[in-house]
Design a protein around this ligand. Sequence first.
Ligand code: C2E
Ligand code: MG
Ligand code: MG
Length: 473
Amino acid sequence: AWLSISAVHDATGTVTHFIASVVDVTRRKSDEARIEQLAFEDPLTQLPNRRVLMDRLHHALTAAARSGQHAALLFIDLDNFKTLNDTKGHLFGDELLRGVADRLRQAVRDGDTVARLGGDEFVIMLEALGRDAAVAARLARTVGEKIRLAVAQPLQLRDVEVVATCSIGVRLFDHQATVDDLLRHADTAMYAAKSAGRNAVRFFDPAMEAALSQRAELESDLRQALQQGQFVLHLQPQVDAAGRQLGAEVLLRWQHPRRGLVSPQAFIGLAEDTGLIHELGEWVLAQACELLHAWSQRPERAHLALSVNVSARQLHEPGFLSRVERLLQRHPVPVGRLKLELTESSLLDGTPEAVEQLERLKALGLSFSLDDFGTGYSSLQYLKRLPLDELKIDRSFTRDIVDDPNDRAIVRTIIGMAQSLNLGVIAEGVETPAQQAVLADAGCRQWQGYLFGRPQPLNDFEAGLDELGAAVH
Ligand code: C2E
Ligand code: MG
Ligand code: MG
């Protein structure tokens, strides 16, 4: 209601009455709401229109700049709409568009934007896909496929069943983009999907597109690699201040039939995502146990230890402890020579469960090295709680330690901290005598890096041991 009050004065100017009038403004308000709706909403599907989309894209870019997260724009175009519209009539076409709009809405999360640009063009914006571009690409790909499949389901319109497929172009973005570019690129990718035969999802970035299909290929190869015996272990020496071999870090390699030697950086993440890491990790541990056992039979090698990388996924799997127990039963190894390299991220929380898991492994006789130390968010608090034996100074500090006073200061701090917590320290990635000298000056006494030996096949590593032995005798 709209209330207005006016005063009535007499001849002397004194107020004698007030007159109030009340007007019903329901109609006006509902008209305003309708106008607003028309301005922001597509009347056919009730989806946000182009104007809203542009506005949200601007916001998304600002949000991405603030959060460092990736987002994705999916440009969706129906493949056979024009024919359907022309042959079956416009009312039929309208119903089809409404049906598709419903499916799009159902395929995404609440916070995501689904908009209709006009005609048979829709746009979906996915936000907060994380900081890692590869992860974001995978998420966007998953949603894209989900949408493609949802749209391709037969749709019952009145008494006929229609199948409408769509082509989807994806443009992944962070804050370094403009709204116009985003729409244009997503559109380009959509056309690539059309020309690839329609009913497909394509990414704008050709390099990313290539990487994704390569990954899919790698994944199917990875599933067979273990059965086909394509994995090998390389050993990289770890030495002490006097240059004596303490043992080695075990580094996994994939001898791919076509690609040659594949680095773990290219497949460990994939193995983690697919769950293959459990089997693979167990294989690595088993190999390490066998090797330790073999070495224990030879007095000149019996002192050597092995460090095995264990990924966070493995460590957090409920069955990990019993896997290790079974392994140790099967291989009578001097367990004190087996060290597990854990990463900060796998221990980050330092939750009671994580601590307990480590304590149990420790009770079996294993020791722990904290790999890549300094790159995560380690707090002294949890370092104190966890039963660690060694900190491994990350390669990134070693690399710049000669020139960068900050890295030098950090390394000094790490070493001081390790000493006060009674932990060993080893530096990785040592390539030059200069790096070694600076590290030694900071108190480091154990080394790993190209300066002392590259990761090498077992035979070469053992040959190196023999040479060393021959030199000593
Ligand atoms: P990481 O555990 O930090 O391993 C050290 C990496 O640094 C190795 O790369 C090694 O080849 C490299 N490196 C050693 N010395 C030098 C040096 O002086 N200079 C330079 N530039 N690099 C050096 P690699 O073998 O490619 O392994 C990469 C990562 O893959 C490892 O990092 C580890 O996190 C993971 N990984 C390797 N094997 C396994 C495994 O069996 N299981 C699991 N879960 N992860 C593994
Ligand atoms: Mg390591
Ligand atoms: Mg490392």
